[in-house]
Design a protein around this ligand. Structure first.
Ligand SMILES: C[S@@+](CC[C@H](N)C(=O)[O-])C[C@H]1O[C@@H](n2cnc3c(N)ncnc32)[C@H](O)[C@@H]1O
Length: 294
């Protein structure tokens, strides 16, 4: 469904989302760690906690939930590093983009992990919440997928409540200092369906409730070349679509002032950047373990 009659979020067009997400991934570079190192550090930290969370009540089966799992590359990475710890793993996946869910399904069929079973839910977390209240998981991951929760406090509360005792919730989001985090406040959510602008919302949510978490920071660099050119090349224009989450951002008939605020946030970020080849793009991984009685 369109956000307005003629302005669309990138989420409204599955093909277009794949294109601009592809450009964004291609233009992100790690500063001092490869993506595997970063994930490996998180796995090292989280793995003992996940192992400890599975008791005999499920006969040693790990129950995992992936929210907005896309093509599943991060979920698959985690599972491949912990699958040896469990006799059986069952993973539920919630992903509204049909093309990404199909790609993920295909990948899992090719790798054919013997002790892993899946159920696929091609729907939003909000739709899933309506149906699945009451299920509990040892591991819930939401990797760059909470930005669009229509009722973010309810969604975070739901995810926390679905954790088994000692279960772990992994949330990855851009930090408020990333360029997309800086741009987001200038675009009303009716145009791009971004509700949670950065990790700040989630950190504040857990802080306000006195729920402890571990925070892993990962500094990346995003190549934004072309985005400030007079005539913006196609690839840079797709990157702008991803950063703003407005489809065809450059041409979209947005109310006056919005594009200026986006370009001025982008220009300021580029001017303040010490990088020759882009701007800093930090990610946060927030790990919450549900303690006894909480
Ligand atoms: C930036 S992509 C990240 C995909 C994947 N987790 C990754 O890290 O590669 C955001 C994902 O969130 C999904 N998404 C958007 N709105 C959602 C919602 N309301 N509930 C669940 N997932 C959602 C999108 O379809 C998309 O696959």
């Amino acid at each position: 469904m369109a956000t307005t009659d003629s302005i669309f979020s990138v989420l409204d067009d599955e093909d277009h989302f794949l294109k601009c997400f592809g450009v964004f991934r291609k233009r992100l570079q790690e500063k001092d760690m490869t993506s595997e190192d970063w994930l490996a550090n998180i796995v090292t930290d989280v793995r003992p906690k996940v192992v400890q969370s599975v008791d005999q009540s499920t006969k040693g089966t790990l129950k995992a939930l992936g929210v907005g799992s896309g093509d599943g590359r991060t979920e698959d990475y985690f599972l491949s590093h912990i699958e040896g710890d469990f006799a059986q793993i069952h993973q539920s996946l919630v992903e509204p983009n049909r093309l990404l869910a199909e790609q993920h399904k295909k990948n899992t069929q090719q790798t054919n992990k013997k002790n892993v079973t899946y159920d696929w839910n091609v729907q939003t977390l909000e739709e899933y919440m309506e149906e699945m209240k009451g299920f509990k998981y040892h591991l819930i991951s939401a990797i760059h997928s909470l930005y669009h929760m229509t009722n973010p406090e309810e969604s975070l509360g739901f995810l926390y409540d679905q954790l088994e005792e000692n279960g772990n919730l992994l949330i990855v989001l851009r930090s408020e200092k990333s360029v997309a985090g800086l741009i987001a406040p200038g675009i009303p959510s009716q145009y791009n369906k971004i509700i949670i602008e950065s990790s700040r919302f989630v950190l504040d949510y857990f802080d306000a409730r006195g729920i402890p978490y571990d925070l892993h920071v990962r500094d990346l660099t995003l190549d934004v070349s072309g985005c400030l050119d007079k005539v913006i090349p196609e690839e840079a224009s797709l990157l702008l679509d991803f950063l703003t989450h407005v489809k065809d951002f450059c041409k979209a008939p947005l109310p006056p002032g919005i594009k200026d605020s986006v370009f001025s946030a982008l220009r300021e970020t580029v001017e303040n950047s010490s990088k020759s080849q882009g701007v800093i793009y930090p990610y946060h991984c927030i790990v919450v373990q549900r303690r006894h009685g909480q």
